[in-house]
Design a protein around this ligand. Structure first.
Ligand SMILES: [Fe+2]
Length: 189
């Protein structure tokens, strides 16, 4: 008995050392992707996540401050689009965690990474709201395509597969915003 106890003691890890090791790498998720892949894909997707949060809030901002004769249509369209953007956020963040990266922690973190410009203007014309969101969604689709390239280079097919769906959604939002903001030019008036 005494012998077994001594042997066990020798093979046990020093709890202080083990705690230190945990503190250094407590959020490493097991993955077969290499460290470069984790770094590059996480970097690309965190920037996308910041853009999506920024565009979600901007779309809500315009939904809340919409005005004019098309109020109901535009107000509802933007709510639908804001919901679609918000639905992307959790899958993006969790995808980053699944491969062992860390993700956004605060509004301040979003502000540091976002490439979508905020619009804090007191009043924005309804047509200008639609045009601005159309351009933001077009840019988001382009950046998603760039991120897809990073995933391809690093063999992260699962993130690439999610991105393909999100590109389609961004293009649909762009299309709706484009059609909704046409000024009756096809009617001959
Ligand atoms: Fe609402």
């Amino acid at each position: 008995m005494a012998k077994d106890h001594t042997t066990m003691k020798k093979t046990q890890t020093n709890p202080k050392v083990s705690l230190l090791r945990k503190q250094r790498a407590p959020l490493n998720t097991t993955t077969d992707l290499d460290a470069k892949a984790v770094r590059d894909v996480s970097g690309a997707m965190n920037a996308i996540l910041a853009d999506v949060f920024a565009l979600h809030l901007k779309t809500k901002n315009f939904h809340w401050h919409m005005s004019g004769p098309h109020f109901r249509d535009y107000h509802l369209l933007l709510d639908e689009q804001a919901g679609q953007l918000f639905a992307m956020t959790d899958p993006i963040a969790e995808r980053i965690r699944k491969i062992g990266g860390t993700t956004l922690r605060s509004i301040g973190h979003i502000a540091r990474l976002q490439r979508i410009d905020d619009n804090d203007a007191e009043y924005v014309e309804p047509e200008d709201m639609l045009a601005e969101l159309r351009e933001d969604n077009r840019m988001l689709a382009a950046r998603l395509r760039e991120a897809h390239g990073v995933c391809d280079d690093r063999h992260d097919i699962a993130t690439a597969s999610l991105i393909e769906e999100w590109v389609d959604e961004a293009e649909q939002r762009t299309w709706f915003l484009f059609e909704a903001s046409r000024r009756g030019d096809s009617t001959g008036h």
